[in-house]
Design a protein around this ligand. Sequence first.
Ligand code: PRX
Length: 567
Amino acid sequence: MSNIGSYEERVKNFNWKISEDELSYNAGDVINIGWYCSDRICQMGKADKLAMIWEGLGGKEKKYTFDDVRIKSNVIAQFLRDLGIKNEDRVCLFMDKIPELYFGCLGILKIGAIAQPLFSAFGDESLHVRLENAETNTIITQKKHVSKVRKILEKMPYLKHIVVVDDDGRKPLRERELAFNMDEAEDVNQFEIFPTKAESPSILHYTSGTTGQPKGVKHVHYSLISQYLTTKWVLDLQENDIYWCTADPGWVTGTSYGIIGPWSLGITQCVLDTGFGADSWYRFIEKNKISMWYSAPTAIRSLMKAGDEVVEKYDLSSLRHLASVGEPLNAEAVIWSEKVFGLPFYDTYWQTETGSMMICNFPGMKVKPGSMGKTVPGVTGGIVDPETFEEITEPNKGGLIAFRPGWPAMMRSYWNNEETYQSKFKNGWYIPGDKSTIDGDGYFWFMGRDDDIINTGGHLVSPFEVESALLEHESIAESAVVAKPDMVNMEVVKAFVTLNAGFKPTEELELEIMNFIRKRLSPLAMPQEIEYLEKLPKTRSGKIMRRLLRAQEWGEEIGDTSTLEDD
Ligand code: PRX
């Protein structure tokens, strides 16, 4: 029997109080995610239950019980409190998926500070804009990433401490750097958790927009109410499950469903801190007897590409439920997974801003391959007309996805950017910026984004950020960045550039530019192709027409070009 039981019944009788009651939370109480994910689980008699099975490079393994999670997060919390970090200070987590990242996140929350997780593959420029925007007080990182912080240190007077978790402290440390070893620190058994309330800020995730710099999406501790219940009902996690969320906590899936969801339910989860590999992933499932697996379409398509023979080498019979998020999950991938695993991937749709799942395929519900499913109980959603923002009730007609605000995990603002935050609300709806249809049975079918943001392998990349970074290369005069189709990543970044006088459009230069972006921004933002043009298409007012270049890449109709600049 699934946790949700009947979807229709749940929708009919829904109240967020169901989640509050299960978490013994009453309005006005203290609510701290760090406590809920560790201390509470121990108090419920699960102190000795395994919370995390971690595997790093070379098969190195570490295991932690819920009591370990409680103590280790206390150790980090105490260390931060001793440094003088206060509630609502921003503390960045800039690490690979090592145990310190997970315990650090809970430790930051336990002192009431705001956790700002950033993807460790970010280059110095990506790191800088995000730390600057949040005026981050402290960054917790590893030796292998500290050079990126050193590079931008001068520009960040507000950054007081750089905590390096794997420094043995033997070599003298540089300015503002501190060595911290979680395993050697003395246990902190009792820690006075900061009494955060429902609306106290918890996590600040940065997400890319079409224009301007990335936006800091502010979440609050009350988000737990949605994250707990959706983990229970959609991912269907049950007491004896072994769960694997493949996402990195540098992105929202890795925190909402890679830390908060499973641990607030007291579930054992696995973390694999190595890159993607079909063999290594299947081996990981076999070895740990993973039963619930939450992943992403690009990974699924890569597994498909690796072939069915690889699947057959492993015993994957422990799997009982699969789910996916982050980008369109094509019907072929669902059909393939049914064939090779005997289980379909259940698609889920949501965003950094929504904080928790919004449209899903639920256990027990008929999966229509290629559809995102139906709205989560407690969420009112539909599609609206892009001009009037009136709801479209006619089946199979395209429009913008829209949700009525008010679910617990909804973002509370964009950091220091109230104007953009307000612009997301129209006619009483929150508009996530995606297009969809809804069929006669209430299933959503994703059509595409309503803006120029590139979704590559489930990660959003802002064309604006890449274009700005390109202009910093000495050879580039102008740039336009669009998505180009890709079999595995669905979309990849493509750049069109014009060169400054004296530069030749060579292959060497193309590689040099690609590398430049990889280092400054990230491997995800790196253009997979650079096309040299004499001139970029522009409107008469001088705005570059990305739409035209994109249409050309996708073989689509170019549409209205009446505003195009004359030759
Ligand atoms: O365009 C949608 C796409 O990813 C965007 C959200 O990206 P992000 O904030 O990085 O969060 C990703 C993980 C929650 C959405 O606006 N997206 C997400 N899930 C799906 C999707 N597109 C199609 N199908 C999905 N299931």
